[in-house]
Design a protein around this ligand. Sequence first.
Ligand code: PFF
Length: 455
Amino acid sequence: MTSNNRANFGSKLGVILASAGSAVGLGNIWRFPYETGEHGGAAFILIYLCCVLFMGIPIMSAEFLIGRRSRANTARAYQVLAPKTQWKWVGRMGVLCGFLILGYYSVVAGWTLEFIGEAATNSFAGKTAADFIASFNGFVGNPWRPLIWLVVFMMATHLIVVRGVEKGIEKASKIMMPMLFLLLILLAICSLTLPGSGAGIEFLFKPDFSKIDAGAFLAAMGQAFFSLSLGMGCLCTYASYFKNDTNLPKTALNVGIIDTSVAILAGIIIFPAAFAVGIQPDAGPSLLFITLPNVFQQAFGNIPFLAITLSIMFYVLLALAALTSTISLHEVVTAYLHEEFKMTRRKAAWIVTILCTLLGVISSFSLGIWKEYTIFGLTFFDAFDYVTAKLMMPIGGMLIAIFVGWYLDKKIVWEEISNQGSLKPAIFKLLVFLLKYFSPIAIGVIFINELGLLK
Ligand code: PFF
């Protein structure tokens, strides 16, 4: 995929759905609920929404602009727009970040495959909440089983990336995303009707600001960047395949709305269900994998056919949502190696697959047999998550905002945002303001706050 034979997404809907396919994934359905649970619920969500609106959507527009203008992989993009400067390091950091995320994301993606198997064999039947907790911990702590699924998932990602993804991603996203959305709505209704679910809704929508500390701000910002695939060149890479008439800020807004709706829906499924069966909302990364089988069991246990069908559908769609995200992560690193080191796409993809699988093995072991090895008190799995979502992505986002807000010629910014003057985006000034001042300052303040220097 060099700049002279770059493909384009076929339709406007395809552009939105493919970008949303990268954004919507485990971040929304797995990570958002447990971060919300660990940081006290509704108040955290309000901060999250502000981060999406005032940082996420402007920075996404900025990434789109960089990608479409340069029509290059994310590292090369800065060399095209800012030749002979150090800006190329922003792109390179993004590539490293994509590599690290793939190294633990693919482990969780693998778990979804195990759960497809469990759903298909009706293993959820007759289990209590305590059984679900025990069997999840047993599975994750097992040294080999998660690794098999990790390898299967990485190979699926590998095959799609090697074949080239434009048509595949666009087509798959068009069918899958609406199906996932419908199923989530159905499950939300089921979860809401469980007895005792009211406490979950309160947790989700009634803010308690006493639970907010510096860590909650950093977590909400990190979650926004992670969930929107921002700050590391992923959407920049996708935008290099956008057509010239794609409305960039409008696409960013649509992706932001879809991504946030899926996250909130996931919250509406998980929390009422968790409270209904007495599982603590701060159960951490295991939350989704413990509460959800319970929802299927409690809501449809009497009608096994329905319980099996719906749970299989859910985990298949979750796996596919994760797949459209792992593809986009893999693509960032593969496109970089392929174009910058002049190796074939196939060879580049193999290098990424093998190294990310090795990283995945480390992440997976760190949840079981290597639990006692920690870095700053975090397991490898948690450390990869922390470093990427809470450090690299917001720092990348800040630099992208500064690049477009301060460095790039305003004429270029206007040309891309207005599609060479054919659109009259009323929000142009607001967008530039948010990129130039608000985003860098807000990200900086959140970091300083986290370090405890504001007290
Ligand atoms: N946004 C994805 C999710 O929420 O699951 C995760 C992700 C994909 C992050 C691609 C970064 C990225 F480049």
